[in-house]
Design a protein around this ligand. Structure first.
Ligand code: T5A
Length: 220
């Protein structure tokens, strides 16, 4: 299967959405559903997923106060992603595992493309050259910016965390991120399914599992 110059990987599932949309929570539900059916499942995240890519994540989320140019941010995201794909995702897929990634390339289109204003053609060139694969199914957890802020603040209060470099961006930035994700969903309606992430966590997880079940029936 291919999507343009990208090879579609049917066992690669990705979760996307703005900050605090509930991706981590849904990822656990999908993993449990697949494990219960005896599947080999690898859960991973971006930026990160390998020791080197996790170090790049650290640089991206805490640049030590130095301003980060949008192109630097984009290229670091793709450096981490390339390493992640080569070291973790492709080997897992090759042995027949399912891979669930908390974020993947759609995040670069939404954050660096739609929100930072970088050229989509440049992102496509990086995707084609350095990544080469596309997920079979992407669940987009869509949530309003104010609700997302309330959730991340609540989590930070509970866990004693603080907003990272990107989370400190203004609401307008996250409005553009949200629009960017919805534009991707409109462009790829067969791959990207939009979930209402404002519902209770259990309901969102149920919807995600229903999408996964329908997707797997389609593969059979
Ligand atoms: N980035 C990433 C880019 O700019 N470009 C890229 O190419 C890539 C790959 C790190 C940052 O990098 C940027 C985007 C990010 O700014 P990240 O670690 O995924 O990416 O960062 P976040 O999206 O900020 O991760 P979060 O952990 O904050 O969000 P989640 O995983 O979506 O949310 P989750 O599940 O942790 O939930 C947040 C809180 O809400 C509660 C949870 O209990 C938790 O407290 N919650 C709900 N509450 C009520 N109802 C529900 N349905 C709930 N679901 C969860």
């Amino acid at each position: 299967m291919s999507a343009g110059a990208l090879v579609v990987q049917p066992r690669l599932l990705t979760l996307e959405g703005g900050e605090g949309a509930g991706k981590t929570t849904v990822l656990r539900a999908l993993r449990d559903a697949l494990v219960q059916e005896g599947c080999d499942v690898v859960c991973t995240r971006e930026p990160g997923g390998t020791p080197l890519a996790e170090r790049i994540r650290g640089l991206l989320l805490d640049a030590g106060g130095e301003p980060v140019h949008a192109h630097t941010e984009l290229l670091l995201m793709f450096a981490a992603r390339t390493q992640h794909v080569q070291q973790v995702i492709l080997p897992a897929l090759a042995r027949g595992a399912w891979v669930i990634s908390d974020r993947f390339t759609d995040s670069s289109y939404a954050y660096q493309g739609a929100a930072r204003g970088l050229d989509t053609g440049f992102i496509e060139a990086l995707e084609t050259t350095a990544v080469g694969i596309s997920p079979g199914l992407t669940l987009l957890l869509d949530l309003g910016v104010a609700s997302a802020r309330a959730r991340t603040r609540g989590r930070d209060l509970l866990e004693g965390g603080a907003p990272d470099r990107i989370e400190r961006e203004r609401d307008e930035f996250f409005e553009r991120v949200r629009e960017g994700f919805l534009a991707r969903a409109a462009q790829f309606p067969g791959r990207i399914r939009v979930l209402d992430a404002s519902l209770e966590a259990d309901r969102v997880a149920e919807a995600a599992m229903a999408h996964l079940a329908a997707y797997r029936r389609g593969l059979a």
